[in-house]
Write a protein that binds this ligand. Structure first.
Ligand code: CP
Length: 313
């Protein structure tokens, strides 16, 4: 099975469980490559990809770039802040300009919901959504699912709490779409002002009490408080938020003994998560970053023509 028939990867919502499993399964041998002394295979030799980030990023952009390099693709980053975007060049003209240079695939992040979909409709390049506004961040959900499955052995039937700024979180949405396809019980917790009004229509249960939401869960995914997206007044202060919603060692006791703690990064330590928890034994936050490289390698490989059999044989 290949992902060749799918031109773009724009969101988890429209993906089948089989497609998700294919990517997660293909990421396993990719992770082995990352651990080697010589981290390079010729799988994507002759392919070219470009990362175009209109919003800041450390993990996603860098991991896409190194994932492409480990697979021998030619990878280029368009530095938007020093590009002709700053001279007023439109998104459409920017995409066309990149396309005619011969790139096979573009990874794009943009603050506006739907941008990756717009780009995909207007280019022959394959497009991967690296985050569009508050809509989706599909590769974050894939690496989160990979990290959970690797530790727990399965995703099936797990109780997962997603905590914090659900309203602005594309990570939350992509995780909800993905984990639902594996029969997880998903709980979302946060202040009422950061909870989308109709969130339960996505098949999740919402909580305003963090302690209740954490009761007996297998996994806690802590979201970043997104100061850059917030109107003022959604919560009184960061101190107030931390008092009610920061994941602390005491609160962690509500969950199962072998609970996993995830965070997409970057973290606001002392706001949504305490350093003791972030650096504690239940945390897989650093492993998530490594797994992000493996999952993105799998995706690039599958989208640019490889089949899983080629990498495992
Ligand atoms: N998790 C995530 O998207 O991190 P970056 O913003 O650093 O890419």
């Amino acid at each position: 099975m290949k992902l060749e028939q799918r031109k773009d990867l724009l969101g988890i919502r429209d993906m089948s469980r089989e497609e998700l499993e294919l990517i997660l399964d293909t990421a396993i041998p990719m992770k082995d490559i990352i651990k080697r002394d010589v981290k390079k295979v010729p799988a994507l030799r002759g392919k070219a990809m470009v990362t175009v980030f209109y919003e800041n990023s450390t993990r996603t952009r860098t991991s896409f770039e190194i994932a492409g390099k480990y697979l021998s693709a030619d990878t280029v980053n368009l530095a938007v802040a020093t590009s002709s975007v700053q001279k007023g060049e439109s998104l459409r003209d920017t995409i066309k300009t990149i396309e005619v240079m011969g790139f096979d695939l573009m990874v794009i992040r943009h603050a506006m919901t739907g941008t990756a979909h717009y780009v995909a409709r207007n280019t022959n390049m394959r497009v991967i959504n690296a985050g569009d506004g508050t809509n989706e961040h599909p590769t974050q959900a894939l690496l989160d699912m990979y990290s959970i499955r690797e530790k727990k052995g399965t995703l099936e039937g797990l109780k997962v709490a997603i905590v914090g700024d659900i309203l602005h979180s594309r990570v939350a949405r992509s995780n909800i779409y993905g984990l639902s396809k594996f029969g997880c019980e998903i709980r979302v917790a946060g202040p009422s002002t950061l909870m989308p009004p109709e969130i339960e229509k996505l098949g999740v249960k919402s909580y305003y009490s963090l302690d209740q939401a954490l009761d007996g869960v297998d996994v806690i995914n802590v979201l970043r408080i997104q100061k850059e997206r917030q109107q003022s007044g959604l919560f009184p202060s960061l101190d107030e938020y931390a008092n009610l919603y920061m994941l602390s060692p005491d609160r962690l006791l509500r969950a199962k003994d072998d609970v996993l703690v995830l965070h997409p990064g970057p973290m606001n330590r002392g706001v949504e998560i305490s350093s003791q928890v972030a650096d504690g034994v239940q945390s897989v936050i650093n492993e998530q970053v490594t797994n992000g490289v493996a999952v993105r390698m799998a995706l690039l490989f599958l989208m640019m023509g490889g089949s899983r059999d080629e990498i495992t044989n």
